[in-house]
Design a protein around this ligand. Structure first.
Ligand code: IFM
Length: 466
C-alpha cells in the first residue's frame, strides 16, 4: 500500500477526534529562539555543551537556530495558518533569571510577554513549559540536578514566570522529559551537561521530581481556579522480546526506569519497590528525604505524553552475554523490524495506542495530552522550498488514528500537539534532523509549509467541520 493510500485509510478513525479535542503544535526555546546573548540572556548548559568539540553533529549550536526571537509574530501567524488552536512553547530560564538567581530580567521577560499576547491575540491558547532543558550554567557549576538545591532554585524561577503570566496563561507544564535530563544528561552523557555518572543521574531523577512538586505547590497556592498544572514525560512501551525470564526482567527494568520511576511517585506518592531494588543492586539510590514524596505527589491536572516509538528488550546481548560491560544485567533493545524514521526510530503507531490505554489503566483519572509526537525524515525541497514529505504525512496520519483508537478503548486523551511547528535544532543531531511541519531554510530563514503541515491543517478543518 502506498503512503497516500495509508493516509486515506486513517481518515475515518481520525474523524472521531471531534468535539473539544485540542489541536496544537509544539516548540522549545533553545531549539528555535537563537539570540543566545541578547537582552541579558546568560548561557545555559546547552550553550556550554555545544562548545564541546563534536558533542553536536556538525558542531552546530543554538546561537541563531530559527531566529524565532526576532521572527516570533511571523511564526505565531503560521501556527494560526496551520489551523491549530493551541501553541506549546517553553521559556528559557536564563532569559528570565540570568545565572539562575535573583529577580526578573525585564528585557528577557518582555519577549515572553509579547509572545503570550501575540498567541492570545490570534485566538490561540498558550501552553507554557517552564523547563525544556535550559538550566543556567551557574546552577550546573553548583552541582546541577544531582544537587537538591537546584529543585528549590527551579521553584523560585517558576514563581517569577508564574506571577507575571498567570493572568494570561492557564496551562502550565513544569518539566519536559525529565528522563532525558537525568539519563541523557547525567548518565549517558549525550545531552547537556554531558556527564556519565549513574549515581548522579539517579539523584537528578529525584531532584527533578522534587522541583516539579515544589513548583506546582507554590504556583497552585497563587493560582486562579481555572489554572491547570501538568508535567510532560517521554514514554515508550517496553516489552520482552521473548517470554524468557531474562527478557522479561530486561523489559521490567526498562519500564521501571522509563515510566514507573516518574509516574508512581507523581501519582501514588511512592517509588516502585522493584526499581528501588534494581538501583540498590547497582549501588545507587534515590535521595529521598522526609516529606519529599508528599511534595512530589502534589495533585496535578494533566499528564503530557511525548511518544515517538515503542521498544522491546532482551536480557541477553548480541554476544550471548547476560551481563553488560558495566557489570549490570544486559539490556538489549531488539528491533521489531518496522520501518524507521531518519532518527532510526521504528514507526509503531499501534504501540502508541497501547501506551495510552496502559497509562489510563494504571494511572486512572489523569487526563492525557499528547504534548509531542512527530517524525524526522530526510526532506527534499523543490525549488520553491516546498517539501512533499509523504513519510512524515503518513506518520502523522497513523499516529493521529492511534490516538483516536486509544480514546475508543477508553483512554482519556484530550489533545494532540504535533512536534514540531518548525524544523529546528535537534539537540545532539544539530540541524541535520528535521521534524517540522514547516520547512526552515536556515541560510535565508524562509519558512515553507510542508505537505504534512497542509495535511494537519486540512485534517483539523475537516474534523472541526470548519
Ligand atoms: O526535539 C525533541 C524535543 O526537544 C524533546 N522530545 C523529542 C524531540 C525529538 O527528538
Amino acid at each position: 500500500m502506498t503512503e497516500t493510500a495509508d493516509v486515506a485509510t486513517h481518515q475515518q478513525m481520525i474523524d472521531t477526534l471531534s468535539g473539544d479535542f485540542r489541536w496544537g503544535v509544539a516548540t522549545a526555546a533553545y531549539q528555535i529562539e537563537g539570540a543566545a546573548t541578547e537582552d541579558g540572556r546568560t548561557p545555559s548548559i546547552w550553550d556550554t555543551f555545544c562548545r564541546v568539540p563534536w558533542a553536536i553533529d556538525n558542531n552546530d549550536n543554538g546561537d541563531v537556530a530559527c531566529d524565532h526571537y526576532h521572527r516570533m509574530p511571523e511564526d505565531i501567524a503560521l501556527v494560526q495558518e496551520l489551523g491549530a488552536d493551541s501553541y506549546r512553547f517553553s521559556v528559557a530560564w536564563p532569559r528570565i533569571q540570568p545565572r539562575g538567581r535573583g529577580g526578573v530580567n525585564e528585557a528577557g521577560f518582555g519577549f515572553y510577554d509579547r509572545l503570550v499576547d501575540e498567541v492570545l491575540g490570534r485566538g490561540l491558547t498558550p501552553w507554557l513549559t517552564l523547563y525544556h532543558w535550559d538550566l543556567p550554567q551557574e546552577l550546573e557549576d553548583a552541582g546541577g540536578w544531582p544537587v537538591r538545591d537546584t529543585a528549590y532554585r527551579f521553584a523560585d524561577y517558576a514563581m517569577l514566570v508564574f506571577d507575571r503570566l498567570k493572568d494570561r496563561v492557564a496551562h502550565w507544564t513544569t518539566l519536559n522529559e525529565p528522563w532525558c535530563s537525568a539519563m541523557h544528561g547525567y548518565v549517558h552523557g549525550v545531552m547537556a551537561p554531558g556527564r556519565r555518572d549513574f549515581k548522579a543521574g539517579m539523584n537528578a531523577v529525584h531532584h527533578l521530581l522534587l522541583a516539579h512538586g515544589l513548583a506546582t505547590q507554590r504556583m497552585r497556592e497563587a493560582a486562579l481556579d481555572s489554572t491547570q498544572f501538568g508535567i510532560t514525560l517521554n514514554m515508550s512501551t517496553a516489552e520482552p522480546a521473548t517470554e524468557s525470564y531474562l527478557d522479561r526482567e530486561a523489559a521490567r527494568n526498562a519500564d521501571g526506569m522509563g515510566v514507573r520511576i516518574y509516574l508512581d511517585p507523581l501519582v501514588h506518592g511512592r517509588y516502585p519497590d522493584d526499581v528501588r531494588h534494581d538501583l540498590e543492586s547497582r549501588g545507587a539510590q534515590l535521595p529521598v528525604e522526609d516529606g519529599d514524596l508528599e511534595i512530589i505527589s502534589t495533585p496535578f491536572d494533566f499528564l503530557g505524553v511525548n511518544y515517538y516509538f515503542g521498544q522491546q528488550f532482551s536480557g541477553v546481548d548480541e554476544h550471548g552475554r547476560t551481563t553488560g560491560e558495566d557489570g549490570f544485567p544486559a539490556q538489549r533493545e531488539v528491533p521489531f523490524g518496522a520501518p524507521t524514521t531518519a532518527m532510526g526510530w521504528e514507526i509503531l503507531p499501534g504501540k502508541f495506542t497501547e501506551l495510552l490505554t496502559r497509562l489510563s489503566r494504571d494511572y486512572p483519572g489523569l487526563p492525557l495530552y499528547i504534548t509531542e509526537n512527530g517524525s524526522a525524515f530526510d526532506d527534499e525541497p523543490d525549488e520553491t522550498g516546498y517539501v512533499q514529505d509523504d513519510g512524515r504525512t503518513a506518520y502523522l496520519a497513523a499516529h493521529l488514528a492511534a490516538v483516536a483508537a486509544a480514546r475508543q478503548q477508553g483512554a482519556d486523551v484530550r489533545g494532540y500537539f504535533a512536534w514540531s511547528l518548525l524544523d529546528n535544532f535537534e539537540w545532539a543531531y544539530g540541524y541535520v534532523k528535521r521534524f517540522g511541519l514547516i520547512r526552515v531554510d536556515y541560510p535565508t530563514q524562509q519558512r515553507t509549509i510542508k505537505q504534512s503541515g497542509r495535511f494537519y491543517r486540512d485534517t483539523i478543518r475537516r474534523v472541526r467541520g470548519s
